[in-house]
Design a protein around this ligand. Structure first.
Ligand code: PAF
Length: 279
């Protein structure tokens, strides 16, 4: 196991990066909110093939949580996260405090349209503003050559690509594949909230998503089947189950060249999302 350099202040981070750059290193950033699982570690390994220095940020970002959401209870396991990362290509963890990221008087916000409209935004209207501001800050703090985000949050990945393009942030954004449990459930830090019974029901999500993605029926019909199947399996609410244009997340149209099936459904208070390429 190797030592990981833990940095909490942006000045220390920048000094460290300056030294790495002086050695000719390319820098990669993996933004996370901690509670790391195999999905995060695969992002670290994937980006590790493209850069010399991998920095993982761990920051539970308050601005992407609404007042009624799980900011206070979101799992925080920094020591365990550092241990997991010590077996990967990561060499630096950047874990700033909320007051360093959002000092008193912080007055900047972000509104994103385009791929941010609909789906997650219908349920979590604050979400992409919060993600946008923190990811923009992290990218400007680190100025990496490459940053990687999991495809599990597919809409988030498209939103971040759009922000980077719109604001001319000089970074390559790559998407990392979804890593799944043996029964197909996409790995997520929030899976820890599931009770035993809910965990059994959650396994249906991926199978219903596969049927939606491969359905020979027209998209509206396929979506209605997926909704009914989720409720039948025991999900309490279905926020969306649909097939969209994979590049824009718009409704399918003559311009569509590739499609994405996306589902968000709830088991009690736990909200699960998943997606995959559709036929
Ligand atoms: O996907 C996440 O873990 C978060 O939304 C991110 C990108 C780290 C921003 O807080």
């Amino acid at each position: 196991m190797k030592d990981i350099t833990l940095l909490r202040h942006v000045d220390d981070l920048r000094a460290h990066i300056k030294a790495q750059r002086a050695n000719g290193h390319r820098i990669g950033l993996v933004p996370t909110m901690g509670a790391l699982h195999e999905g995060h570690l695969s992002l670290v390994n994937e980006i590790g093939q493209k850069v010399d220095t991998v920095i993982v940020s761990i920051f539970v970002n308050p601005t992407q949580f609404a007042a009624h959401e799980d900011l206070d209870t979101y799992p925080r396991h920094e020591a365990a996260d550092l241990e997991k990362l010590s077996t990967t290509r990561a060499s630096v963890v950047y874990a700033p405090s909320a007051s360093d990221m959002y000092p008193s008087g912080f007055a900047t916000s972000m509104a994103v349209a385009g791929p941010a409209l609909g789906l997650e935004t219908d349920e979590r209207p604050h979400f992409f503003g919060g993600v946008g501001i923190v990811v923009t800050k992290l990218l400007l703090q680190v100025l990496p050559d490459v940053a990687i985000f999991g495809e599990k949050d597919y809409q988030q990945l498209l939103v971040i690509r759009r922000i980077v393009r719109d604001l001319n942030i000089p970074v390559e954004i790559i998407g990392g594949p979804i890593i799944r449990e043996a029964d197909g459930l996409a790995m997520s830090s929030r899976n820890a909230y599931l009770t035993r019974d809910q965990r059994a029901i959650a396994a249906h999500l991926n199978h219903i998503l596969e049927q939606l993605a491969g359905s020979p029926h027209p998209p509206e019909e396929a979506s209605a089947h997926a909704r009914a199947a989720l409720l039948e399996a025991g999900f309490s609410t279905v926020d969306y189950a649909c097939i969209r244009d994979a590049d824009t997340l718009d409704a399918l149209g003559p311009e569509t060249t590739s499609r994405r099936a996306l589902i968000a459904a709830r088991l009690g208070d736990v909200r699960l999302i998943d997606n995959m390429a559709a036929r």
